[in-house]
Design a protein around this ligand. Structure first.
Ligand code: ADP
Length: 379
């Protein structure tokens, strides 16, 4: 069905190195009209480049789906991973802003260049539309210096911008707002656990991120599917000086060959859950992940001086009742009680009515959050 002529749209794009995910929302009420993904960009069997990928999406939207003519897309919301210290909020893009943004590519060499490519392709193919950048780092720009400065010589921060930035900010902000709306009342202290392929935990006070587990890059923090998370930094120099790995090889080991994949060879968490009772290293990988999540929640309860709401989101956070149960077991001492039936059903509120802390499962919806931000800034 073709939409009525007076409908305008917001297109949300998440451009990665080899994929572009898209979601199309009605501009007035943010109803999702369409979504999809173009994969294998630049790879065998896929389209040549990002421009071809976006052309394919636009062709699909006009020929097969909802839009009669492309001038109905008035706004494009782009997920941009790194906004550095400069981009503290959602930004309406112009030539100058895009140039500034390019300056941050060295801080996120895998993510920002494809994000920027997506923006430039849309400027060309949808010249009538406003381009809006929504940053994964922006929510964390409220971190106090005591959370974001590393205890290395200060000049590495002042001269080279080496500091904690934090990521998954769009997700942490979205689920924390949903959780506050759901519970209502006076809520000041939240801990949001984004547990997926990449995982991070954020401490939120009065709506602001005050600490988060990912750091200068997404490598720091929790154990993840193929990232190590926190390790003794001296391991890095040991691998280079004693075991003769190059810096690039160490980077690849820590980002792509570590985490639970490094321990047990498996990175799909559903598979880990299925066979952990039969395989020692898989069980160990699971236990290490549970402990890693537990430690961060514990740290952040202390940092916040208590907690009112804990939120689980993303693939594992939303899907694994067992992980939630095994983590929350550690927090009986702060009065957390899970309703086991609700937990098994992945219900929105999984704590009992008399639990001292509310525990929620909130489905992540980054695309909707980006559309909301884009709608707000272009109104
Ligand atoms: P990404 O971070 O790549 O966007 P997701 O948030 O989709 O990923 O999370 C992917 C991870 O979530 C995978 O390890 C997958 O096995 C796990 N996962 C997805 N559904 C479930 C489920 N029902 N139970 C446990 N783990 C799940």
């Amino acid at each position: 069905m073709i939409m009525k002529n007076n409908s305008f749209f917001i297109l949300v794009l998440n451009s990665g190195s080899a994929t572009v995910k898209y979601s199309l929302f009605k501009a007035d009420n943010l109803v999702l009209e369409n979504e999809g993904i173009v994969e294998r960009i630049g790879l065998k069997g896929g389209v040549k480049n990002h421009e071809e990928a976006v052309k394919k999406i636009l062709k699909d939207l006009t020929q097969v789906k909802k839009i009669k003519d492309l001038s109905k897309i008035r706004t494009v919301g782009h997920r941009v991973v790194h906004g550095g210290e400069k981009f503290k909020k959602t930004t309406l893009l112009n030539k100058k802003k895009i140039e500034e943004l390019k300056g941050y590519s060295k801080l996120a060499p895998l993510h920002n260049p494809p994000n920027i490519m997506g923006i430039e392709v849309c400027q060309k193919l949808l010249p009538q539309a406003k381009q809006v950048a929504v940053f994964d780092t922006a929510f964390h720009t409220t971190l106090p210096p005591s959370s974001y400065i590393y205890a290395i010589p200060y000049k590495f921060y002042s001269q080279h911008q080496i500091r904690r930035y934090g990521f998954h900010g769009i997700s942490h902000q979205y689920v924390s707002e949903r959780a506050r709306e759901t519970v209502g009342g006076k809520i000041s202290r939240l801990i949001t656990c984004h547990l997926g392929g990449g995982s991070s935990i954020t401490a939120i006070k009065n709506g602001k991120s005050v600490d988060t587990s990912m750091g200068f890059t997404p490598l720091e923090g929790l154990v993840m599917e193929s990232r190590s998370g926190d390790i003794d930094p001296a391991i890095v120099t040991y691998l280079i000086t004693e075991l003769n790995f190059t810096a690039q090889e160490v980077y690849d080991i820590l980002n792509k060959k570590s985490g639970y994949k490094g321990i047990c060879g498996k990175k799909d968490f559903r598979e880990i859950l299925k066979i952990k009772s039969k395989d020692r290293l898989t069980r160990l990988a699971y236990e290490i992940f549970v402990l890693s999540v537990t430690k961060y929640i514990g740290k952040y309860i202390a940092e916040l001086g208590g907690v009112d709401i804990i939120v689980f989101t993303a693939g594992i956070g939303e899907g694994s009742w067992e992980l939630r149960k095994d983590v929350m077991e550690h927090f009986k001492f702060v009065g957390i009680k899970l309703d086991q039936k609700k937990n098994k059903n992945n219900s929105l509120i999984i704590s009992t009515p008399n639990s001292k802390v509310k525990v929620l499962v909130v489905p992540d919806n980054e695309a909707l959050k980006i559309a909301k931000e884009a709608q707000k800034i272009t109104k």
